[in-house]
Write a protein that binds this ligand. Structure first.
Ligand code: HEM
Length: 420
């Protein structure tokens, strides 16, 4: 079998931190190959890209997530004992619990909760000279998802929880000091979540039966046992934290509306699919989740290259979403490209690919899409605002990325709609 082209650096961890989202693309160009081997944190890693690579990565039970990410990233994003760290039947059983929160009715309630929170903040934004949208939307989403999950937050707790969730996400792809800060706040956040689970289990009357927090607290694993309190807390956080992280997509959506005013017109003009295509293009075009890692559970070959059991394989999600063989002019923001998208589970993977129930594809994908649509409706029909001069550049070496200014708006005015 042909040898896999190899990055000559003895270790490329620092280069990864310097190049960020473009790390793999640069090396693919240099080596002229869709697959190459590099060393990260002194471990051999095989990097792949494209729809066939995504099918290989997500299309069968080939890769475990155990030992597939740096330990700090795992702890800040999913954590030990979480659904993502499970395989086989145990994974499917736990995943079903997550998918049970994602019915259309349940997602609509989440979006309604977000719209309520958003509308209640507009009068405050009207009185502010400058509103940092990224930060405001974080708190809106945090209050909304906690209310939806059955655990409405007090004023003080809403601020603390928002800080914890967002700091964890912010520190997940970087190094000191953000990572350390993320880990410290994660510890406080888990203590809070463990308290929530314990209260529910001791019959706390204000958490409604059937609400997501209640379901997680009373979930039984395949062995029929309740989850350990800590694991239940981890899964509660795994529902709440990434929902708050949708604020990044919302911030990018606001940026796209600003930079492409014609999109705003199409959305407001009521072109039926314009909103859907717009949010999909935001998820494709802007940098969020850079890559996914897995460790081979058997011996495999891909495109004639041999991958022994235990190989660490990294799929370039950002690279696949910008692959010119899949997307014409991938570096142009063009929502109408989604008119002709074939709906493949492997060529558009901002939140993973493959099957939701049996694989590791993100269970929150539909919720993220609907929350983004709700937020874009708010930005286009519930309020007017100005966008002052600011640094809107996006540093691709920073993972996860965000516009430098965090998207500042001013002169916010609520749009009054006449009662029907
Ligand atoms: C904010 C936007 C989001 C992004 C960019 C994102 C990204 C991802 C990605 C790429 C994966 C797959 C990782 C892998 O293959 O190992 C994943 C898995 C996961 N996501 Fe999300 N996600 C988002 C929102 C959400 C939401 C709203 C939820 C709430 C339910 C969620 C919960 C999870 C969980 C529990 C997993 C693990 C699934 C499994 O291993 O089977 N995510 N996410």
């Amino acid at each position: 079998m042909p040898a896999i082209p190899s990055d000559p650096n003895p270790d490329s961890s620092l280069a990864l931190l310097a190049d960020g989202y473009t790390f793999m693309a640069k090396r693919r160009r240099r080596l002229g190959s869709d697959i190459f081997v590099t060393r990260l944190m002194l471990r051999k890693a095989t990097c792949i890209v494209g729809d066939e690579a995504a099918e290989f990565f997500y299309g069968g039970d080939r890769f475990t997530r155990q030992g597939a990410m740096p330990p700090t990233t795992v702890r800040l994003l999913q954590d030990k004992g979480s659904v993502q760290q499970l395989d086989g039947l145990a994974h499917r059983h736990r995943k079903l619990m997550f998918m049970s929160f994602m019915t259309p009715g349940s997602i609509q309630k989440l979006v309604d909760a977000m719209v309520d929170q958003w509308n209640s903040r507009i009068p405050t934004w009207e009185s502010m000279d400058e509103v940092v949208l990224h930060h405001e939307v974080q708190e809106v989403l945090c209050r909304a998802v906690c209310t939806w999950a059955g655990i409405p937050l007090s004023e003080q707790s809403a601020k603390k929880r928002t800080r914890e969730f967002t700091t964890m996400v912010d520190g997940s792809g970087t190094v000191f000091p953000q990572t350390v800060w993320g880990l410290l706040l994660r510890a406080r956040n888990l203590r809070w979540a463990e308290g929530v689970i314990s209260k529910i289990r001791s019959g706390h009357p204000r958490v409604p039966a059937g609400s997501p927090a209640h379901v997680i607290a009373w979930h039984r694993d395949l062995d029929g046992e309740l989850l350990d309190t800590k694991i239940a807390a981890i899964e509660l956080v795994n529902l709440l934290r990434p929902t708050v992280a949708v604020d990044r997509f919302v911030t990018f959506a606001a940026l796209a509306l600003h930079e492409h005013p014609e999109c705003r017109e199409q959305i407001v003009g009521g072109d039926g699919d314009a909103l859907e295509h717009f949010v999909q293009e935001v998820r494709r075009y802007y940098p969020f989740f850079p890559f996914m890692g897995g460790r081979a559970m058997g011996e495999f070959s891909w495109r004639g290259h041999h991958l022994p059991r235990g190989s660490w394989v990294i799929l370039d999600a950002y690279g696949t979403n910008h692959d010119p063989r899949i997307w014409d002019d991938p570096n142009l923001f063009r929502p109408e490209r989604f008119r002709h998208w074939d709906g493949s589970a492997f060529n558009f993977i901002p939140q993973g690919g493959g099957d939701f129930a049996t694989g590791h594809r993100c269970p929150g994908e539909w919720a993220a899409i609907e929350l983004m649509k709700g937020a874009v409706r708010q930005l286009t029909t519930a309020m007017e605002y100005e966008v002052p001069l600011q640094d809107l550049s996006i540093d691709l070496s920073r993972m996860p990325a965000i516009p430098k200014s965090r998207f500042v708006i001013g002169n916010v005015r609520q749009i009054e709609h006449e009662a029907a």
